[in-house]
Write a protein that binds this ligand. Structure first.
Ligand SMILES: NC(=O)c1ccc[n+]([C@@H]2O[C@H](COP(=O)([O-])OP(=O)(O)OC[C@H]3O[C@@H](n4cnc5c(N)ncnc54)[C@H](OP(=O)(O)O)[C@@H]3O)[C@@H](O)[C@H]2O)c1
Length: 272
């Protein structure tokens, strides 16, 4: 396997998610900025890559010519056209990684030359602050070495888990969209405190820190969230009264329904 110092990594599409992943890869320090190549039609986002010390182009084929591992990071509706354009330049040495929502491995493999090593990743927005959650799935010709290389590359973008492709849709419902549920919950927590008299700016900061701290405890202790929650509930105390209100509002069932709705829609998009 190519050492990471020599690995040339490309991004076709240089927007928000490509920038976040590139920043994570660079901060891990193993890939050299000059070995990262990004393409996009305009300079709007390429300037950010230039500021990282990466090389940029307006020609997608240049990325294929110069890189071994290539992220496909355009919006999903543009990807089929981009694949048509770049497919003739894809060779057996390439590893192609799509981050486009709703474009299946089967579609990617059909639009690329037979035998191409293809993988899918589904990142989420906090990759921007290197605290993302990424799901990875391999195509039929991508093996353990390609998955291992990708996981090593993404190690600084956040948590990276591998699973069958069907998990990508569940991950979208759980984590891709889940970020928005967390923001809504954070906002609601803060508004409760504002109602009780705390200034909004302070309440928003404390609500966010509360979510961060609670999440870190789940990950760092390895405990089931129910165990941690129960430890906060003094019998007859404040927390159990609040939890009773949340149960009356069916928070748990509502959140499960939300994950199901987003996952089902992600699945539906993959069939189109
Ligand atoms: N944002 C998220 O939270 C998130 C989460 C999971 C997955 N994703 C996936 O990540 C992908 C990128 O999303 P994003 O939010 O980063 O989008 P974005 O910020 O809109 O970036 C899209 C990029 O694609 C470029 N582009 C447009 N047409 C192109 C073409 N023909 N050839 C090459 N590049 C082209 C754009 O060029 P210009 O710079 O010239 O506009 C831009 O750099 C999507 O497929 C999305 O499903 C995003």
């Amino acid at each position: 396997m190519e050492a990471l110092r020599e690995l040339r990594v490309g991004f076709i599409g240089a927007g928000r998610m490509a920038g976040a992943v590139a920043r994570g890869i660079l901060q891990a320090g193993e890939v050299q900025p000059v070995n990262i190549f990004a393409s996009a039609p305009s300079n709007t986002n390429l300037d950010k890559f230039k500021s990282f010390g990466c090389r940029t182009t307006h020609c997608n084929l240049d990325v294929l010519k110069n890189c071994t591992l290539v992220f496909l990071s355009t919006k999903p509706h543009i990807l089929p056209l981009v694949l048509q354009e770049v497919a003739p330049a894809v060779t057996p040495k390439h590893i192609v990684v799509s981050m486009a929502a709703g474009i299946t491995l089967k579609t990617l493999e059909e639009l690329l030359p037979a035998g191409t090593k293809v993988l899918r990743i589904m990142p989420n927005l906090p990759c921007v602050v290197q605290s993302g959650a990424i799901m990875l799935a391999r195509g039929t010709c991508a093996g353990e070495p390609e998955a291992a290389l990708l996981k090593r590359l993404l190690s600084n973008c956040g948590l990276c888990e591998e699973g069958p492709e069907s998990y990508i849709d569940s991950h979208t419902g759980l984590s891709g969209s889940g970020v928005a549920y967390a923001y809504l919950f954070s906002e609601a927590l803060a508004e409760g405190a504002v109602k009780m008299g705390m200034p909004a700016a302070m309440a928003n900061k404390i609500a966010a820190q509360t979510l961060l701290g609670a999440a870190r405890m789940i990950l760092e202790t390895g405990e089931h969230p129910a165990v941690l929650r129960s430890a906060v509930c003094t019998p007859g105390g404040t927390t159990i009264r609040a939890l009773h209100e949340l149960e009356k509002g069916a928070l748990r069932a509502t959140v499960m329904n939300a994950v199901e709705a987003a996952t089902s829609w992600a699945r539906e998009m993959g069939k189109r």
